[in-house]
Design a protein around this ligand. Structure first.
Ligand code: HEC
Length: 140
Protein backbone atom coordinates (compact mmCIF):
# COMPACT_ATOMS: atom_id res chain seq x y z
CA UNK A 1 0.00 0.00 0.00
CA UNK A 2 2.80 2.35 0.97
CA UNK A 3 4.69 1.71 -2.26
CA UNK A 4 1.60 2.32 -4.30
CA UNK A 5 0.97 5.61 -2.57
CA UNK A 6 4.54 6.74 -3.18
CA UNK A 7 4.25 5.82 -6.84
CA UNK A 8 1.06 7.82 -7.14
CA UNK A 9 2.64 10.76 -5.37
CA UNK A 10 5.53 10.76 -7.83
CA UNK A 11 3.05 10.68 -10.70
CA UNK A 12 1.12 13.53 -9.06
CA UNK A 13 4.24 15.60 -8.60
CA UNK A 14 5.44 15.15 -12.14
CA UNK A 15 1.99 16.13 -13.38
CA UNK A 16 2.15 19.20 -11.18
CA UNK A 17 5.59 20.09 -12.54
CA UNK A 18 4.37 19.77 -16.10
CA UNK A 19 1.51 22.10 -15.24
CA UNK A 20 3.92 24.83 -14.15
CA UNK A 21 4.99 25.41 -17.74
CA UNK A 22 1.37 25.98 -18.70
CA UNK A 23 0.14 28.83 -16.56
CA UNK A 24 -2.51 30.83 -18.37
CA UNK A 25 -1.91 34.54 -19.04
CA UNK A 26 -4.50 35.27 -16.31
CA UNK A 27 -2.52 33.15 -13.85
CA UNK A 28 0.71 34.90 -14.82
CA UNK A 29 -1.11 38.20 -14.32
CA UNK A 30 -2.28 37.17 -10.86
CA UNK A 31 1.33 36.40 -10.02
CA UNK A 32 2.41 39.88 -11.09
CA UNK A 33 -0.49 41.35 -9.09
CA UNK A 34 0.53 39.51 -5.92
CA UNK A 35 4.29 39.88 -6.29
CA UNK A 36 4.04 43.67 -6.73
CA UNK A 37 1.64 44.23 -3.84
CA UNK A 38 -1.12 45.65 -6.03
CA UNK A 39 -3.50 43.90 -3.62
CA UNK A 40 -2.33 46.17 -0.77
CA UNK A 41 -4.36 49.01 -2.28
CA UNK A 42 -6.72 47.27 -4.70
CA UNK A 43 -7.66 44.29 -2.53
CA UNK A 44 -6.76 40.60 -2.67
CA UNK A 45 -9.19 40.01 -5.51
CA UNK A 46 -9.43 43.52 -6.87
CA UNK A 47 -12.47 44.45 -4.79
CA UNK A 48 -10.85 47.57 -3.34
CA UNK A 49 -9.70 48.45 0.18
CA UNK A 50 -10.37 51.21 2.66
CA UNK A 51 -7.50 53.18 1.05
CA UNK A 52 -9.87 54.15 -1.70
CA UNK A 53 -7.99 52.70 -4.69
CA UNK A 54 -10.45 51.93 -7.49
CA UNK A 55 -12.17 48.55 -7.63
CA UNK A 56 -10.57 46.58 -10.44
CA UNK A 57 -13.13 43.79 -10.27
CA UNK A 58 -15.16 45.07 -13.15
CA UNK A 59 -14.23 42.39 -15.68
CA UNK A 60 -12.84 45.10 -17.97
CA UNK A 61 -9.29 46.11 -18.63
CA UNK A 62 -8.15 48.46 -21.33
CA UNK A 63 -4.55 47.66 -22.17
CA UNK A 64 -4.02 51.34 -23.08
CA UNK A 65 -5.24 52.63 -19.70
CA UNK A 66 -3.31 49.95 -17.86
CA UNK A 67 -0.10 50.85 -19.73
CA UNK A 68 -0.55 54.50 -18.82
CA UNK A 69 -1.21 53.93 -15.13
CA UNK A 70 1.68 51.42 -14.87
CA UNK A 71 4.06 53.80 -16.61
CA UNK A 72 3.00 57.07 -14.99
CA UNK A 73 1.08 56.22 -11.84
CA UNK A 74 -1.83 58.47 -10.83
CA UNK A 75 -2.49 61.73 -8.98
CA UNK A 76 -4.43 60.07 -6.19
CA UNK A 77 -1.76 57.63 -5.04
CA UNK A 78 -1.19 54.99 -7.68
CA UNK A 79 2.60 54.58 -7.90
CA UNK A 80 4.31 54.03 -11.26
CA UNK A 81 5.74 50.54 -11.79
CA UNK A 82 8.66 50.95 -14.25
CA UNK A 83 9.57 47.27 -13.76
CA UNK A 84 6.21 46.25 -15.24
CA UNK A 85 6.29 48.62 -18.18
CA UNK A 86 6.55 45.87 -20.79
CA UNK A 87 3.99 44.16 -23.01
CA UNK A 88 4.26 40.74 -21.35
CA UNK A 89 3.44 41.95 -17.85
CA UNK A 90 0.79 44.38 -19.05
CA UNK A 91 -0.96 41.80 -21.26
CA UNK A 92 -0.88 39.25 -18.43
CA UNK A 93 -2.30 41.79 -15.98
CA UNK A 94 -5.02 42.70 -18.47
CA UNK A 95 -5.86 38.99 -18.94
CA UNK A 96 -6.07 38.63 -15.17
CA UNK A 97 -8.40 41.61 -14.78
CA UNK A 98 -10.62 40.33 -17.60
CA UNK A 99 -10.82 36.89 -15.94
CA UNK A 100 -12.23 38.42 -12.76
CA UNK A 101 -15.77 37.31 -11.98
CA UNK A 102 -15.48 34.42 -14.48
CA UNK A 103 -14.83 30.75 -13.66
CA UNK A 104 -11.34 31.16 -15.15
CA UNK A 105 -10.32 33.66 -12.46
CA UNK A 106 -7.21 32.39 -10.66
CA UNK A 107 -7.46 32.71 -6.90
CA UNK A 108 -4.15 31.45 -5.55
CA UNK A 109 -2.38 33.62 -2.96
CA UNK A 110 1.29 32.63 -3.18
CA UNK A 111 2.98 33.99 -6.29
CA UNK A 112 6.23 32.17 -5.52
CA UNK A 113 4.76 28.66 -5.80
CA UNK A 114 6.09 26.82 -8.86
CA UNK A 115 2.56 25.50 -9.34
CA UNK A 116 0.03 27.77 -7.66
CA UNK A 117 -2.19 25.51 -5.56
CA UNK A 118 -5.41 26.67 -7.15
CA UNK A 119 -4.02 25.93 -10.63
CA UNK A 120 -3.60 22.24 -9.94
CA UNK A 121 -6.40 20.36 -11.71
CA UNK A 122 -9.24 19.52 -9.33
CA UNK A 123 -8.91 15.69 -9.39
CA UNK A 124 -5.23 16.00 -8.56
CA UNK A 125 -5.99 18.50 -5.78
CA UNK A 126 -8.57 16.10 -4.30
CA UNK A 127 -6.09 13.26 -4.48
CA UNK A 128 -3.34 15.28 -2.77
CA UNK A 129 -5.75 16.40 -0.04
CA UNK A 130 -6.92 12.82 0.57
CA UNK A 131 -3.36 11.60 0.69
CA UNK A 132 -2.41 14.34 3.13
CA UNK A 133 -5.27 13.31 5.40
CA UNK A 134 -4.28 9.66 5.19
CA UNK A 135 -0.66 10.34 6.04
CA UNK A 136 -1.68 12.39 9.05
CA UNK A 137 -4.08 9.78 10.38
CA UNK A 138 -2.88 8.35 13.70
CA UNK A 139 -1.16 4.98 13.41
CA UNK A 140 -3.12 2.30 15.25
C1 HEC B 1 -0.31 52.67 -3.03
C2 HEC B 1 -1.58 52.15 -3.51
C3 HEC B 1 -1.64 51.47 -4.86
C4 HEC B 1 -0.88 50.40 -5.32
C5 HEC B 1 0.24 49.66 -4.59
C6 HEC B 1 -1.36 50.10 -6.64
N1 HEC B 1 -2.37 50.96 -6.99
FE1 HEC B 1 -3.40 50.95 -8.72
N2 HEC B 1 -4.37 52.65 -8.17
C7 HEC B 1 -4.25 53.28 -6.95
C8 HEC B 1 -5.03 54.51 -6.98
C9 HEC B 1 -5.18 55.49 -5.83
C10 HEC B 1 -5.60 54.60 -8.26
C11 HEC B 1 -6.47 55.74 -8.84
C12 HEC B 1 -5.62 56.52 -9.82
C13 HEC B 1 -4.81 57.63 -9.19
O1 HEC B 1 -3.88 57.39 -8.40
O2 HEC B 1 -5.11 58.76 -9.48
C14 HEC B 1 -5.17 53.42 -8.97
C15 HEC B 1 -5.54 53.10 -10.28
C16 HEC B 1 -5.28 51.91 -10.91
C17 HEC B 1 -5.84 51.50 -12.18
C18 HEC B 1 -6.85 52.29 -13.00
C19 HEC B 1 -8.22 51.85 -12.56
C20 HEC B 1 -9.30 52.85 -12.81
O3 HEC B 1 -10.46 52.43 -12.74
O4 HEC B 1 -8.99 54.01 -13.03
C21 HEC B 1 -5.32 50.28 -12.47
C22 HEC B 1 -5.65 49.42 -13.68
C23 HEC B 1 -4.42 49.93 -11.41
N3 HEC B 1 -4.43 50.93 -10.47
C24 HEC B 1 -3.68 48.78 -11.37
C25 HEC B 1 -2.70 48.53 -10.41
C26 HEC B 1 -1.74 47.45 -10.51
C27 HEC B 1 -1.66 46.44 -11.63
C28 HEC B 1 -0.93 47.56 -9.42
C29 HEC B 1 0.28 46.71 -9.07
C30 HEC B 1 1.28 46.60 -10.11
C31 HEC B 1 -1.40 48.68 -8.63
N4 HEC B 1 -2.46 49.25 -9.28
C32 HEC B 1 -0.85 49.09 -7.44
C33 HEC B 1 -3.51 52.83 -5.88
C34 HEC B 1 -2.57 51.81 -5.93
Amino acid sequence: MKIRLTGLAVAALSLATTASAQLTPAEEGRRVYLANNCYGCHGGRGGGTSFGAPVLRTGEAEVGDLTEVIREGGDRGMPAFPNLNNTTDINNLAAYFRSMRTPAEPIFNNWWEAVPTASIPRPLRLYLAAREKLLRAPVE
